[in-house]
Design a protein around this ligand. Structure first.
Ligand SMILES: [Zn+2]
Length: 312
């Protein structure tokens, strides 16, 4: 579930993703629920499989979620607060409906079907327009006491730093996400530094991760400087997390990493190793995810297996 799009897929562990359907989202809450039900029907229709072959419908919600009750605590991009989506959807959908935070689903997908297969304790960190994380402890997702564990994007790293979407200042998301990198590049250009990104900014074009990646590959000094700075801050944050949790794998994903993980990974690792406590990093691997957006889709399988005890 996204703020502007819903992506749905039929999936099982043998064949992987069988069918995908994408749909623009309507504005209102009631219509959003209806669209979800419609997209589920559309996938099933295209499958030409009997309805009995569907074990569950799993939703990835960009926000805090209680998977036990089906209630969304807060999903700012969807405009939903204290909303029992599970209950609402069951009126339209006859299958078991399971909901989970989308980042947790991504972590589950990576653990079960991606580079995290052999990890016992793992952090999946997603760097994009925001920064999010999902935790696997003893091969299982760790949700925390109020189902908001893994919100690494809101670890404060800069006292009185830039304002974050959460209302605090200096969160890592406000200093190292794509949004933050682009804002810093804009600042540099406005202060007179030369960059191949100047033209995009003058035309008021939104700078995407791919454009940033190209500028870094072409060794644009402004882009390299700001991306490197963000990577180093991410490395510091990951070192702190490794000290606290002693995980054996950190998987990096998200739009920024997909576009320029090759450039960022050495900077992240260097800063990580400089800041981590001796011993915490022993045997710890830092790798990039290869699943992209599909990680969350794959996460539906372990979620259904966890809550329904079925093999999918
Ligand atoms: Zn924040």
């Amino acid at each position: 579930m996204g703020g502007t799009k819903i992506l749905a897929a039929a999936i099982n562990s043998r064949e992987g993703i069988i069918i995908r359907v994408k749909k623009e989202t309507p504005g209102s809450k009631e219509k959003y629920i209806q669209s979800l039900a419609e997209i589920v029907d559309a996938v099933i229709e295209e499958l030409h499989l009997g309805k009995s072959n569907i074990k569950a419908v799993c939703l990835g919600v960009p926000g805090s979620v209680n998977p036990l009750t089906g209630k969304i605590g807060l999903a700012p991009n969807l405009g939903l607060k204290n909303f029992n989506i599970g209950e609402k959807l069951r009126k339209f959908i006859s299958y078991p409906v399971l909901i989970e935070n989308d980042v947790n689903l991504g972590a589950l997908g990576i653990k079960k079907f991606g580079v995290g297969k052999n990890a016992k304790n793992m952090l999946a960190a997603f760097i994009g327009t925001g920064i999010g994380g999902g935790l696997i402890f003893n091969e299982k997702i760790y949700r925390g006491s109020n189902f908001i564990a893994g919100e690494i994007g809101h670890i404060v790293v800069e006292k009185n730093g830039p304002l974050c979407g959460c209302g605090n200042r200096g969160c890592i998301e406000a200093v190292a996400s794509r949004t933050a990198i682009v804002r810093n590049i804009e600042k540099d250009i406005k202060s007179g530094r030369k960059s191949i990104l100047s033209a995009d900014l003058k035309n008021k074009q939104r700078i995407k991760s791919k454009t940033l990646a190209l500028a870094v590959r072409q060794k644009d000094p402004v882009a390299v400087g700001r991306v490197r700075e963000a990577s180093e801050k991410i490395g510091v944050m990951l070192a702190g997390i490794a000290n606290l949790l002693n995980v054996d794998m950190i998987v990096l994903g998200g739009g920024v990493i997909e576009a320029m993980g090759n450039s960022m990974l050495p900077w992240i690792k260097k800063s990580f190793h400089k800041n981590v406590m001796m011993g915490s990093e022993k045997g710890l691997k830092i790798v990039t995810s290869k699943l992209g957006d599909d990680a969350a889709l794959y996460g539906g399988i372990p979620l259904a297996e966890e809550f329904l005890g079925v093999k999918v």
